[in-house]
Ligand binder design. Structure first.
Ligand code: GLC
Length: 482
């Protein structure tokens, strides 16, 4: 194997590495600048005029107490899988039982036809109920929390008008429409005994599920295929809801949809690669922040860098090699980057093998070093930018000491993501160095409870409770809550 020592990276490649470092490094001053702008944009999203961050009110109007009970279904239509769960919130405080089935979302559904999507979802639900309860036609209707993790306008908790598809979805005839009737029509056709109690976002679910077991939890985040957060606002601080005359201190969970932060490209340090990602995506001009952070895009940013260094630079990488496999858009996902960052060997032999088996490319030693550094830069930038969002919400709310519940494949699986994010938070918020490494940070981002399962069930339970108490704000179909 032609692996050189990294000390002797040829000058030209060392220059390329330096150049990439310049483009992808976000220093403390920039992090702070982004955070300040972010905080203003959060405010703007809550205003009557609105801004690019949607800041969607969700009609989730309380934190759980831990004493919620009952059995609920939860359906999670995320970016990658479809999951159906049955959750029982038990009599014991903050405890639950869960059974679940996962179904792979066929890739072609994401850019296919709306009817096919709803039929597929109804089929999965039908199959789940049949497996776990027997004949669906003999059952009473079960309350269901539907986790629909896309930006949706909700005048009511049991409706959701899709603002726009994100995460690479592109299905005609759904944007601008309330998805609940489409979903309900499909389950009615299939004879699935369900009544929808709440349409929720995965971040809101994460917030509520995490707060169920830890009352210090104030923000719910997803760092996965997409990237977003939710937190609890006071109705009095939501000017765009002023016409509803809700008591100012009533809580209202806000699904920020912060993936849309800086769609107008004012502060984020975009590289030419980010520009290409955006231009070639189904929704150019949208989700500027998400496209620099989320799992869907990390591998693609990396791929674009390598192709560029092969095609357009004086000393091309992978010279005289066939890079046709590398030319395929979205052929590398973020687990490819994870694997590179996790390669334990000094000579990066695992990375070499990965390139050989997956791409038919045999990188030499210096190229391997460039590959590793590029992965590190992209992963580090994602983690550091993510921290700006958390810092912005914390600053807006005046949180100086709290927990943030986070979920998603990037948060859970991408190497060093947590530590890099924590380091960036420390820089943004000017925390002194820790005395003891075991000491908690003032704001800790921790692994969340299952938001789209337990969180959806809890939100269904909280909504049922609210209706029972006669608090009918944001309820479109009270009859479904009997
Ligand atoms: C995208 C969606 C958002 C979701 C996030 C994480 O940003 O627009 O609704 O919360 O991905 O799944």
């Amino acid at each position: 194997m032609p692996l050189g020592s990294f000390q002797d990276v040829p000058k030209d490649l060392a220059k390329e590495i330096e150049n990439l470092e310049k483009q992808f490094t976000v220093d403390t001053a920039k992090l702070k600048e982004i955070t300040d702008h972010f905080k203003n944009e959060l405010e703007k999203g809550l205003s009557v005029e609105g801004g690019s961050i949607p800041m969607n009110p969700t009609w989730v109007m309380a934190f759980p107490t831990g004493h919620e009970t009952g059995t609920y279904l939860a359906l999670d239509m995320g970016g990658t899988n479809l999951r159906v769960c049955e959750i029982t919130l038990t009599e014991q405080k903050s405890e639950f039982d869960i059974i679940q089935s996962k179904y792979r979302m066929p890739e072609e559904l994401k850019t296919g036809d709306a009817d096919e999507l709803w039929e597929y979802i109804a089929d999965c639900l039908h199959q789940f109920i049949e497996t776990h309860h027997g004949d669906p036609s003999k059952l009473d209707k079960l309350p269901l929390g539907f986790t629909f993790s896309y930006p949706a306008t909700q005048n009511y908790i049991d409706e959701g008008v899709l603002q726009r598809w994100t995460k690479g979805f592109d299905i005609d005839g759904v944007e601008g429409h309330n998805v609940v009737p489409m979903f309900e029509a499909a389950i009615a056709r299939r004879g699935v005994p369900i009544k929808l109690s709440a349409l929720i976002n995965d971040t809101t679910g994460t917030l509520i599920a995490s707060a169920y077991t830890d009352t210090k939890m104030k923000i719910g985040c997803i760092f996965g295929t997409g990237c977003n957060a939710a937190y609890m606002e006071d109705c009095g601080s939501i000017p765009k809801l002023a016409h509803m005359n809700l008591p100012p201190d009533t809580p209202m969970a806000i699904n920020c949809e912060w993936g849309a932060f800086d769609n107008e490209h004012k502060v984020l340090p975009r590289t030419p690669y980010d520009v290409i990602i955006d231009k070639d995506s189904p929704r150019p001009g949208q989700q500027a922040f998400e496209k620099m952070i989320a799992g869907l895009y990390l591998g693609e940013i990396f791929r674009l860098v390598l192709v560029d260094l092969h095609d357009n630079h004086e000393t091309p990488i992978f010279a005289n090699q066939d890079i046709s496999k590398l030319r395929k858009a979205y052929s590398l996902d973020s687990s490819f980057l994870s694997a590179i960052e996790e390669d334990p060997f000094e000579n990066l032999s695992e990375t070499f093998e990965l390139f050989q088996t997956k791409l038919d490319i045999s990188p030499n030693g210096p190229e391997l070093e460039l590959i590793r550094r590029t992965a590190e830069l992209i992963g580090t930038r994602a983690a550091r930018l993510s921290a700006c969002g958390v810092a912005a919400i914390s600053k807006k709310k005046g949180y100086t000491n709290c927990h943030v519940g986070a979920d998603g494949s990037v948060f859970n699986k991408y190497p060093h993501f947590k530590a890099r994010g924590a380091q960036a938070l420390r820089e943004i918020l000017d925390w002194p160095e820790k005395k003891d490494p075991k000491e908690e940070d003032p704001i800790e981002i921790l692994a969340a409870e299952d938001g789209s399962g337990v969180g959806a069930a809890l939100i269904a339970a909280l909504t049922l409770q609210r209706v029972k108490a006669g608090l009918m704000h944001g309820i479109l179909h009270p009859e479904n809550f009997k």
